[in-house]
Write a protein that binds this ligand. Structure first.
Ligand SMILES: [Zn+2]
Ligand SMILES: [Zn+2]
Length: 341
């Protein structure tokens, strides 16, 4: 089969590899499409604990072409996706039931071969049927599952005012989930353009264009909109200066959620006296491990809408072009289509 294979950071090739051999507890999927996300850009740089050689790609769906003898509840020809994180079951955190915190957590597309390929094998117990979603929408299941986990971490008090920084693909989903889960008023701040326009249509009550040249403009606008700040500030840009800025907008006893994906060495500076005196909380949310069923409920019921998010499609052989588009920060979501689709 054809696949994108990294032999080392920044060194990948579109080449022929063997179709994965499945174990009795595994499923072989013919990949329909796989989304490109910020994590893939970090994997490209060798960050995130990426293990090489590696086929990246973790936002996929496909058709079941082979089933291991121990797999239950699926049939050939069915469409499916799979949760991408696998806990070891034996470490300190797994023994406490905190599987997402597993010290040996394996991630498809990071430590385990992913879906920038014609076929991918997944564990049967991590697979989920996809019934109503288009191939494009299905690329948003994994990011939606991560956003559902973010909502769990944030635990918004009903009737709160929330500021979301960033309107990328995950921001678009987070915004809708925030409106469904306690945000009485949602303000989104992001650079002006297609993403901000879409989030205004999908979920935001107010949008504020971020001006990177003259940050005072958006800072002033945000303090006009909410003179006492926001109960929750969700940082979903992955830019360290934005995370530092979150402190400026959060109200007393408010919570900042660090949700973006940052370079491994990114640092944020916070005034400790402010955290103490204003009784602030800073939380982190990382990936997900048990949120696929709930993400599918939101997407298949149409409560969370993602059909407008995929703005670009590339053939698998053109992965380099997809990366360049992602670096240029154009479009919203890009998906990769393997041959034979
Ligand atoms: Zn992702
Ligand atoms: Zn573990």
């Amino acid at each position: 089969m054809k696949a994108i294979v990294y032999d080392a950071p920044r060194k990948f090739e579109y080449r022929d590899v063997d179709i994965p051999q499945i174990d009795p507890d595994e499923i072989l999927l013919r990949v329909h499409a796989c989304g490109v996300c910020g994590t893939d850009l970090h994997v490209h740089e060798g960050e995130f604990g990426a293990r090489f050689p590696l086929i990246p790609g973790h936002e996929f769906s496909g058709e079941i072409v082979e089933l291991g003898s121990d797999v239950k509840g699926f049939s050939k020809g069915q469409r499916a996706t799979a949760s991408t994180t696998q806990a070891c079951g034996y470490c300190f955190y797994c023994k406490r039931g905190d599987f997402l915190l597993c010290e040996n957590l394996g991630g498809i597309g990071v430590e385990i071969n992913g879906a920038f390929a014609e076929y991918i094998k997944v564990k049967g117990d991590l697979a989920f049927p996809v019934n109503k979603l288009s191939v494009r929408e299905a690329a948003m299941i994994e990011p939606t599952a991560c956003a559902v986990h973010g909502m769990e971490v944030l635990a918004v008090k009903p009737g709160s005012s929330v500021l979301l920084l960033g309107a990328g693909p995950t921001g678009q989903v987070l915004a809708q989930l925030l409106k469904l889960n306690g945000a009485a008023k949602l303000t989104v701040a992001a650079p002006a353009g297609q993403k901000l326009d879409l989030i205004a249509r999908l979920a935001a009550d107010e949008v504020v264009a971020i001006d990177r040249q003259d940050p005072e403009v958006h800072q002033r606008r945000l303090s006009q909109l909410s003179p006492n700040g926001f109960d929750y500030v969700v940082e979903a840009t992955g830019a360290a200066p934005m995370a530092e800025d979150a402190m400026r907008f959060v109200r007393r006893r408010g919570t900042i959620l660090i949700y973006g994906v940052y370079p491994d060495d990114a640092l944020g500076r916070f005034r400790l006296a402010e955290i103490q005196r204003r009784e602030l909380a800073i939380k982190g949310s990382f990936a997900q491990i048990d949120c696929f069923p709930r993400a599918l409920e939101y997407l298949e019921s149409g409560k969370v809408k993602v059909h407008e998010l995929v703005t670009h499609e590339f053939a698998l052989k053109d992965y380099q072009k997809a990366l360049e588009l992602a670096w240029s920060r154009q479009g919203i979501k890009t998906i990769i289509i393997p041959p034979e689709n």
